[in-house]
Design a protein around this ligand. Structure first.
Ligand SMILES: NC(=O)c1ccc[n+]([C@@H]2O[C@H](COP(=O)([O-])OP(=O)(O)OC[C@H]3O[C@@H](n4cnc5c(N)ncnc54)[C@H](OP(=O)(O)O)[C@@H]3O)[C@@H](O)[C@H]2O)c1
Length: 280
């Protein structure tokens, strides 16, 4: 079988790192992108976990960086069989106090970053007669929770965009998959920022503090990132990959089901009381 090449964005940390490792272990040629990877030729080593993968500098918020990544990736391997997009970050804060610039930063990384990378990969896949696009959404692409509004908006944007994308590219043999993770361990606090206004003076400070503690606790006790990586690698081997794959705990699957089935007011009460449990 011919060697297959996959580009993985956001591969320096968290689920992107674990997915890149799983794809390498499954025999893919992995070209991994992140801002913190060493400049080509600098002699600096990247993360040891990614030995055997090719590491390239990539900032998905910068069109020139994305095009330079594409060119460098094609110089390493002239084909791109799959793209797995994991780059992401969040700014926590109330809707009232999160600034448009803070929203823009999250949208620019999480959503427009995927748009930029897809625009480079799609022509290559079309010309090659097919390919796979995998985009990391979240449970928050399906339902909102308090104080994670910019992130939730960005993940909802990905969900809507992916539906149209799949309808457009299917005739070219390209298949799109949304990965919707629930809480997983290994995400880094470096990418969980707080809106500048969320200090002790905020009128939301009490509920905000409790919610952030719940979010943090759920991630710390979250599911195994290696297992998720292996599931994504297996999905890429399937002849008919699913459009959506939720990878979450039983409670989070249930929360999504209830969100679709219950009246909005009930959901609001359940989710508010859940997130306000966070102890000081
Ligand atoms: N962990 C979870 O529980 C969870 C749950 C649901 C969804 N997700 C999704 O899974 C993905 C990974 O999240 P994570 O929490 O596991 O990992 P993470 O530790 O938050 O890592 C984020 C990754 O994104 C990269 N990144 C951020 N801004 C970037 C930019 N402008 N250009 C290129 N890369 C950029 C970072 O690398 P550099 O700083 O080196 O660029 C890093 O590799 C995200 O899309 C996230 O929304 C995670």
């Amino acid at each position: 079988m011919k060697e297959r090449t996959v580009w993985v964005t956001g591969a320096s940390s968290g689920l992107g790192l674990h997915t890149a490792m799983a794809l390498r272990d499954a025999g893919w040629r992995v070209i991994a992108g992140a801002r913190s990877f060493p400049e080509a030729g600098s002699g600096d080593a990247g993360p040891r976990e990614l030995d055997g993968a090719e590491l390239l500098r990539l900032d998905v918020t910068d069109g020139d960086s994305v095009r330079a990544f594409r060119d460098a990736a094609l110089a390493l391997s002239p084909r791109v069989d799959a793209v797995v997009q994991c780059a992401g970050m969040l700014v926590l804060g109330s809707c009232e106090e999160t600034t448009p610039e803070e929203f823009e930063r999250v949208m620019n990384t999480n959503f427009l970053g995927m748009v930029r990378v897809n625009r480079e990969a799609l022509p290559l896949m079309r010309q090659a007669g097919g390919g796979r696009i995998v985009m990391f959404s979240s449970i928050n692409g399906l339902m909102g929770i308090p104080f994670q509004d910019a992130y939730t908006a960005s993940k909802h944007a990905i969900e809507g965009y992916a539906e149209g994308l799949q309808m457009e590219v299917r005739p070219f043999g390209i298949r799109v998959t949304l990965i919707e993770p629930g809480d997983h361990r290994s995400g880094s606090d470096r990418y969980r920022l707080h809106a500048a206004a969320m200090g002790a003076d905020s009128p939301y400070a009490g509920e905000y503090g409790k919610t952030v503690r719940t979010i943090h606790r759920d991630e710390t006790h979250g599911s195994d990132p290696d297992r998720l990586g292996r599931r994504v690698a297996r999905l890429l081997d399937r002849k008919h990959p699913p459009f959506r794959r939720r990878i979450a705990s039983a409670e989070q699957h249930l929360a999504v089901l209830l969100h679709g089935a219950l009246p909005p007011g009930w959901n609001e009460r359940i989710l508010r009381s859940y997130y306000l449990k966070g102890k000081a």
